[in-house]
Structure formats: structure tokens, C-alpha cells
Design a protein around this ligand. Structure first.
Ligand code: 6GU
Length: 311
């Protein structure tokens, strides 16, 4: 894979020197290929998502707009939505039932879910009845509040695959046999409960798609995002330079790119220190970053001292 990308990069470089007409397109394609090679993505086939849900319209609405729409149109990803109700064998297409042992709520029946996933993923992808803990070629991911908390690192991990199956839970949850015998992974999007896994599956599709080289118009886009560097993003400003007497910081108008880069780095560090100090502990910081953070910490301590003495 790397070799073929290498060859294509060389071809792009050659074209780049031959023609000016398509330089911009080539520059984007070039960056896309380099990023794909470095990150280990297979950029030659679209990343395919299979979403299994009882509410296909919810998923389709979000996937039909903006970056996700364009990523599908340009063949970077493909998303198929499968209605679990279509795989219920009975006359009324029932997909849930009462819990054994009593108690409130309904449980999602195993048969329609197994039938849907097994018919969509071909026999080559995965043995029809998986043994617990066995690795599948295609990750089969349940979206539930009991899953591992979703992070940017997990998005990177999932973006390495050619294909992902996402199963959205509803009601009280899945029959445990879905978890034990079909799923290979279970993801939650945070410590709160929402009505179903659809929003969570869309969160995963969105975060993973953004990482596919070329999904964002600007190839460096995904690198600047909050959490991509492990830091929160710096403040952004646009025109006008003054609004209601509030001015844009001078440095951003200075045209001095080195100073602007340093300012952005410092504001990212400052923001992360105040809002998410837990993130700083996980990072490797430069000496310059450390010195700056020491100043921020000293400032914060000074503020605290004066608050305490004024109270
Ligand atoms: Cl994946 N599903 C539901 N219903 N609630 C959640 C969740 C998922 N992640 C956090 N809360």
C-alpha cells in the first residue's frame, strides 16, 4: 500500500512541475496522499460504514449535509443505513420484547440484529457466529452508554479500517447475546444517557470521516481541531477588526506569522490549563511551553490569593 502511494506521490510531483493549471488540486491530492501514507490509511477505497438502526431517517438527515455529504459524494466514505425492522421475520416486524426476570422497559431482540448484520457483512468478512472476544475483520460496534468512552484516539483507531459496522441501541438495551456473540466493540459518547444510539453512531461517523485524508477542503484542517494536538483550540476572530468597541488582538493583524503561531500556541495552552488541565498531563511539552504554563499557573495562583484575601 505504502509503495503504491509513494509511486502516486512521485507522479503527482512530476505533474506538479509540468503544469501550473492544476497545481492547487495537485497540492491537495499530494497532501492527501502523504497524510494517508503517514497515518497508515488505505485511501484507495472508500471507508464503508454500515449503520444498523430502527430510525434510518434520523441518520440520513445528518449524513445528507455538509462535510459528510461531500465526503460521500467524492468517494472518501460510503455510508449504508439498514433498518433493523426489515430483518424481523414475524408479520408485525417486532424488534423488541419484555425482559426476562421482569422489570420495566423493553429489550432489543437478538434475531433481527444477527440477521441484519450477517446478511450485510459477507461470509468473508466474518464467521456467521463469532466466538466471544474473537477479532473480526470488520469491527462490529454497539453504541450504548456502557461502552468505552469515545475519544479522538479511538476515532484514529477506527479510521484505520476499511469498513465499520455500527449498531444503534434503543429501549433498555440489547439482548446480552448481541453483546457476547456478535459485537466486537462497544462505544459510549459520554457519561449521560440519551434516547438511542443513533446520535452516538453519527458522532462516530463524523469524527472518523474528518480524519480521512481529503475529507476537509483544507488538508491541514483536521490537524488544527481541538483535541487533535491534545490541546484545546486557540481563539478565532474574523472581520470586522472592531465590533462594539471590542478589538481583535493586534498580533492577528500583524502579518507576522511566527508571532501569530506562538500566540495561538500560548492561547491553546492557556485555555487547556484553565478548562481541561487533565489533558496537559498526557502531553509532551516543549521547554518553551513549560515556561509559558508556569507563568499561567503563577497568574492563576495570584488571582486565587487575591480572591481569598478579598473575601
Ligand atoms: Cl451510545 N447511547 C445512549 N442511549 N446513550 C448514550 C450513549 C449511547 N453514549 C452516551 N450516552
Amino acid at each position: 500500500m505504502f509503495e503504491s502511494i509513494g509511486a502516486r506521490v512521485i507522479v503527482c510531483e512530476k505533474f506538479g512541475t509540468l503544469t501550473c493549471l492544476h497545481t492547487h488540486t495537485l497540492a491537495i491530492e499530494y497532501t492527501r496522499l502523504v497524510v494517508a501514507a503517514r497515518e497508515g490509511y488505505n485511501d484507495t477505497v472508500p471507508l464503508r460504514f454500515d449503520l444498523f438502526t430502527l430510525f434510518p431517517d434520523i441518520c440520513a438527515a445528518y449524513l445528507g449535509e455538509s462535510i459528510l455529504k461531500r465526503a460521500q459524494e467524492s468517494g472518501l466514505v460510503s455510508v449504508r443505513i439498514h433498518n433493523l425492522r426489515d430483518y424481523a421475520a414475524d408479520k408485525h416486524h417486532i424488534t423488541d420484547d419484555l425482559p426476562y426476570g421482569g422489570g420495566g422497559g423493553m429489550v432489543m431482540k437478538p434475531e433481527p440484529i444477527f440477521a441484519a448484520v450477517e446478511s450485510v457483512l459477507t461470509a468473508d468478512d466474518r464467521p456467521p457466529t463469532a466466538v466471544e472476544g474473537q477479532l473480526s475483520a470488520v469491527p462490529i460496534i454497539l453504541l450504548t452508554p456502557q461502552g468505552r468512552p469515545f475519544t479522538q484516539a479511538i476515532a484514529h483507531e477506527l479510521a484505520q479500517h476499511d469498513r465499520l459496522a455500527l449498531i444503534c441501541g434503543r429501549y433498555e438495551g440489547f439482548d446480552e447475546r448481541v453483546r457476547l456473540r456478535l459485537a466486537t466493540d462497544e462505544i459510549s459518547i459520554g457519561d449521560y444517557v440519551i434516547t438511542g444510539g443513533e446520535l452516538a453512531a453519527l458522532v462516530v461517523v463524523d469524527a472518523v470521516t474528518r480524519l480521512r485524508p481529503g475529507a476537509l477542503g483544507d488538508p491541514s484542517g483536521a490537524l488544527d481541531d481541538s483535541h487533535a494536538s491534545g490541546l484545546l483550540e486557540y481563539p478565532h476572530y474574523t472581520r470586522p477588526p472592531e465590533f462594539r468597541g471590542w478589538a481583535v488582538p493586534d498580533v492577528l493583524l500583524s502579518g507576522d506569522h511566527a508571532r501569530i503561531a506562538r500566540w495561538r500556541r500560548e492561547e491553546s495552552l492557556r485555555r487547556t490549563f484553565h478548562r481541561r488541565p487533565d489533558l496537559l498531563l498526557k502531553l509532551e511539552l516543549s521547554e518553551e511551553d513549560r515556561l509559558f504554563l508556569a507563568e499561567v499557573a503563577e497568574e492563576a495562583a495570584e488571582n486565587l490569593r487575591s480572591q481569598i484575601s478579598n473575601s
